[in-house]
Design a protein around this ligand. Structure first.
Ligand SMILES: [Fe+2]
Length: 405
């Protein structure tokens, strides 16, 4: 007889599943998988979500000593470079295939910040990233200095008394024939303390249009869950954008995903995507096509309009033209901000989760947010990758914009 060990996280997943089934009649139980629920997506396809939480030994916020005393833009940039040299990152390990322009691109971001960023914003960024580990702090600083959209959310949150949570980073690797994603996963596990989820179906995502991705996470002592989405193209699809984006932009995060909560009745409550979108639009930031509305808030996602980058060198443009002339336009979509909303569990379940991690739950603590769902939905990931490529097309983005307003 098949013997199944019921772990504590499995029990929590089961409780979450029962809680949702009680609340919404359109969620369905999944036979033989009591931690899962399934729902009929708008296009009539059934989507299952595993509610087993990620669980691991909480670790230090290693970025804190670098960023805690940052007061000026200069100090923020200095802290960033100190972090880069304190740990092994991709540069010098995995970047042999990346064009030298990737480094110039980052230098431009930092030059621009030094000329235009206010010290007040530098403090806002430093304060936010000091709660992370070094890896995520480095990528988050690169992202926050790159676009107005990312900073706009931090500013909007400060006005509205929201807590802004790091949700995930997407790192684009090359093509899987070089095993770049596998090598990066190995580095992140062996040197940075990341781990793969215990739920087997969430370790590796394969997409029918020629790419794949690994999911890694790390739990910090302050209660924050760091999630990474490490993706790469497959040789079956030589035009697939990930490998070309990596060639041009290297390992800077393709996007930083943020979500927000407010404290209500002494616990975190998610800010719905529509509210996040409205707040960021008021700051003049445009958004693309939202997805995930059918999940009753379990995982809703939308990209803001990408920063356009026109500074590619001639040799790189020529190289891309050789692959496909259309790439030259698409690759101008640089880094993005993704807005995410993940529904929070009731307080008792949040308490049980943090208890399992060995963290004293404090419902009003900045990072003690506890979403029902910890993973990604491949169907939605395919959607967001498509919209990030389509966003140069005005008619598409305008139409998509209408969907989220
Ligand atoms: Fe994402």
């Amino acid at each position: 007889m098949h013997k199944q060990t019921i772990t504590r996280e499995h029990q929590l997943g089961r409780e979450r599943s029962l809680s949702l089934l009680k609340q919404y009649s359109d969620w369905q139980a999944v036979e033989l998988h009591d931690t899962q629920v399934s729902i009929n997506r708008n296009d009539l396809e059934w989507v299952s979500m595993d509610l087993t939480p990620v669980c691991g030994m909480p670790q230090e916020s290693t970025a804190e000593p670098f960023f805690r005393e940052v007061d000026t833009v200069e100090q923020l940039v200095e802290a960033y470079y100190q972090c880069c040299s304190a740990v092994q990152l991709e540069v010098g390990y995995l970047d042999a295939h990346v064009h030298s322009y990737a480094n110039e691109f980052l230098n431009q971001i930092f030059d621009r910040a030094q000329q235009h960023l206010a010290d007040q914003d530098a403090r806002l960024i430093a304060q936010w990233v000091s709660d992370f580990d070094i890896y995520v702090a480095v990528k988050a600083v690169e992202s926050l200095l790159n676009s107005e959209a990312d900073l706009a959310l931090l500013r909007a949150a400060a006005q509205q008394n929201w807590h802004v949570h790091f949700d995930h980073l997407a790192i684009r690797c090359g093509c899987s024939d070089r095993q770049h994603a596998e090598k990066l996963v190995k580095l992140l596990v062996s040197s940075h303390g990341y781990q793969a989820p215990a739920v087997e179906s969430e370790v590796f995502y394969h997409f029918s249009d020629g790419w794949n991705a690994y999911y890694l996470f790390k739990i910090l002592r302050n209660g924050l869950v760091l999630r990474l989405f490490i993706d790469q193209s497959e040789p079956s699809n030589p035009l697939q954008i990930i490998q070309h984006w990596n060639r041009v932009y290297g390992f800077t995060a393709h996007h930083l995903a943020m979500r927000a909560t407010r404290i209500s009745n002494h616990q975190h409550q998610e800010i719905p995507l529509s509210e996040l979108t409205t707040a960021i639009k008021k700051q003049g930031v445009q958004v693309l096509a939202a997805t995930g509305d059918y999940t009753h808030g379990l995982l809703e996602q939308v990209f803001t309009r990408p920063e356009q980058n026109d500074s590619l060198p001639k040799d790189l443009i020529e190289e891309l033209k050789q692959v496909d002339p259309a790439l030259v336009k698409v690759i101008r979509n640089g880094k993005l901000l993704e807005l995410v909303s993940r529904r929070e569990v009731p307080m008792k379940m949040a308490e049980s989760y943090f208890d399992l991690l060995g963290i004293n739950y404090d419902s009003t603590s900045q990072h003690h947010s506890c979403p029902y769902y910890d993973y990604f939905l491949p169907a939605q990931a395919a959607h967001v990758i498509r919209t990030s490529v389509q966003s140069l097309n005005h008619s598409a983005s305008n139409r998509l914009d209408a969907n989220v307003s």
